[in-house]
Every structure is written in structure tokens, then in C-alpha cells.
Design a protein around this ligand. Structure first.
Ligand code: 2P0
Length: 325
């Protein structure tokens, strides 16, 4: 029996990963840069055993159906190949996400699974190799190997596509991210389907590709010079651009709901009233607001006036992956 357990925290991209150039290897079209957060994480244990005839996947104590298990098995196959074994596994995963849902993250989930496999199968992967392995499960997971700011270098093949930590002289310790959780019952377009449709059909996609490197460069400068306004403005612009591409897809779609727009306007109003804060969104209606810690309470207060207390959750910069004994 071979056992390993790891905890990984979720990350939010300030410069988005949007589009793949290789679906099988999960190689992205562009570099992305994220902030790992302390409020949401996944703990995953994996046990490879001779007694099993198929993989089993428990998420939050529920045995998962074939479809969810298939994605996990596909990832386990990659790890098994590295270890030269065909042992089947039980995967026990728990998401630590505050009650109001909509935040279960493949980034923390697949990063934790990669870390657990590294332990269980004695793969002895360093952070770079572990990031590459996590990437094969879910692109954004490669960034959750690291705490603080992480940049995913797009690379050109399996070996050259991985994340690294971005030096920041503790700038991230000055920051907070306020999550506005918006549940609108709308049937989601998964990020995987959404980015595929956009790459294949959106006439705006080229505009994304043409400008994302400039955004990335500016954002990295903002980190280096600890320039919060520049960090926020660049993040907000890049996020809006990503969401813009979906409007020109065929068929068009959007992740925004009426409440998302309300939250975005609140951020603009806060800025007008002298509180610098900036928003970004991912493949869903939730709005994430970047703010300096010194203004976190004011931002929280503005949102709890418009939304319920459970819908407003704050996070700070979080650590990289950890092994749990
Ligand atoms: C990101 N997103 O950079 C972007 C922004 C969503 C919007 O990474 O297909 O779950 O497993 O590689 O990593 C979500 O996509 O997609 C994502 P796959 P993943 O955070």
C-alpha cells in the first residue's frame, strides 16, 4: 500500500489563462499570473493498493460517479506511468470552502492530488516538476504549487510549461481579496468548454492574444514597484478583456449575471469615493475584489450592504502546497 496526502490552496489569476494550444497536454496560449489565497483549499489523500480493481474518488465524503472519477483516473494514469505501476487508487478529497458554494476549485483540487501522488508513489518531483504534473490535471493547478504570486510560463511542450514563484518582497502581505459570491442558478459553461469555444470561434480572441503580454509585463512591474493602483488597473483591464472574448464566440455567452454587474459598479463607486479597489472574474458570476488590507473593512462593509453576509468572504495571500503526514 502506498499513501500520500497534501493540501493546496486555490489561486485567482490577475492575468488570466484563457485558451489552450494543446488540449491533451494542457499547454496554454498565453502566460498567466496569479495570487494564491489562504481562505479556500483542498486536502487530498491518495492510497494506491493491490486490493483495488478500479479507482475510487470520494469528494467531501461522497463517492463520485463515473464522469468525475474518469478525470481523476486520467490524471492518476499520468502519475502511474511516471512510477511504472498499474496499482489502482482510492482518492479522498475534501474542499474547505466557506458554505455558500460556487467556489469549488479545480486549481486547489488537482494541485493537492498531484502533491499526494508525488508522496504516495515516491516520485520525488521538485516544485517545477510537480507544477508540470499538476498542469496535466488542470491548467490553473500548476500555479497552486506556489504561495503568493505565481507565473505560469506557457512554454512550448510538456517540459517547458510550468509555474514559478514571482519575487515580490512580501508585497502580497499588504493585499486582501474580497469575494462576492453570486449564485444565479444559471447553467454554467465550464471553463474548459468556454475557452475552447472562444479560441475556435471568437473574432475577439486575436485581440486578447495581441495584448496579454503587455498586460503581464505591466502587472509584473506593478509587483516589483509595489504599485497597488497599477496592479489593480492592469488586473481589472485584463479580466474584462478575457470576458469580452466570450461575447463574440459562436454561440456567444457570458459568465456575468445582473448581480455581477451590480458588484462591478460598487467597485467603481468605491473608487470614486476614494477607496482604491479593483475587480476580476473567472468562469462564473462571482466577483473578486482586490484591495489593500488597510481598506479591506470599508470594501467588506460596502458589499454587505448590498449582499448577504455569507456572500462576502475575505482572503489574504496564502501558502504553497504542503504535505500532510
Ligand atoms: C485562470 N480560469 O487563469 C482562468 C481564468 C478561468 C478563467 O484557469 O481546462 O479549470 O482544467 O485547464 O484550469 C479555469 O480553468 O481549466 C481557469 P483546465 P481550469 O484562472
Amino acid at each position: 500500500m502506498h499513501r500520500g496526502k497534501a493540501r493546496a490552496y486555490t489561486n485567482i489569476a490577475l492575468i488570466k489563462y484563457w485558451g489552450k494550444k494543446n488540449e491533451e497536454l494542457i499547454l496554454p496560449m498565453n502566460n498567466s499570473l496569479s495570487l494564491t489565497l489562504d481562505a479556500f483549499y483542498t486536502e487530498t489523500e491518495v492510497i494506491f493498493s493491490e486490493e483495488l480493481t478500479e479507482d475510487r474518488f470520494y469528494l467531501d465524503e461522497q463517492l463520485q460517479e463515473q464522469n468525475a472519477t474518469k478525470k481523476i483516473s486520467k490524471f492518476l494514469d499520468i502519475a502511474r506511468k511516471k512510477a511504472n505501476t498499474d496499482l489502482k487508487a482510492t482518492v479522498i478529497s475534501q474542499n474547505f470552502v466557506p458554505t455558500a458554494a460556487g467556489l469549488a476549485s479545480s486549481a486547489s483540487g488537482l494541485a493537492a492530488l498531484a502533491g499526494a501522488c508525488n508522496e504516495a508513489l515516491h516520485l520525488e518531483l521538485d516544485d517545477q516538476a510537480l507544477s508540470r504534473l499538476a498542469r496535466r490535471g488542470s491548467g490553473s493547478a500548476c500555479r497552486s504549487i506556489f504561495g503568493g504570486f505565481a507565473e505560469w510560463e506557457k512554454g512550448s511542450d510538456d517540459l517547458s510549461s510550468y509555474a514559478t514563484q514571482v519575487p515580490s518582497d512580501h508585497f502580497e502581505d499588504e493585499l486582501a481579496m474580497v469575494f462576492v459570491l453570486i449564485n444565479d442558478q444559471k447553467k454554467d459553461v465550464s471553463s474548459r468548454d468556454g475557452m475552447r469555444r472562444t479560441v475556435e470561434t471568437s473574432s475577439f480572441y486575436q485581440g486578447w492574444l495581441d495584448s496579454v503580454e503587455t498586460d503581464l509585463c505591466e502587472l509584473k512591474q506593478a509587483i516589483q514597484t509595489k504599485d497597488f493602483q497599477k496592479l489593480g488597473e492592469t488586473m481589472e483591464r485584463n479580466g474584462l478583456k478575457m470576458h469580452g472574448t466570450t461575447l463574440a464566440a459562436k454561440p456567444p455567452f457570458t459568465y456575468w449575471s445582473a448581480d455581477s454587474l451590480k458588484a462591478m459598479q460598487t467597485v467603481r463607486d468605491l473608487r470614486t469615493s476614494g477607496i482604491p479597489c479593483y475587480f476580476t472574474m473567472d468562469a462564473g458570476p462571482n466577483v473578486k475584489v482586490l484591495v489593500e488590507k488597510k481598506n479591506q473593512t470599508a470594501v467588506q462593509a460596502a458589499f454587505t450592504e448590498l449582499f448577504s453576509r455569507q456572500q462576502v468572504i475575505s482572503a489574504h495571500a496564502g501558502p504553497g502546497i504542503t504535505i500532510i503526514e
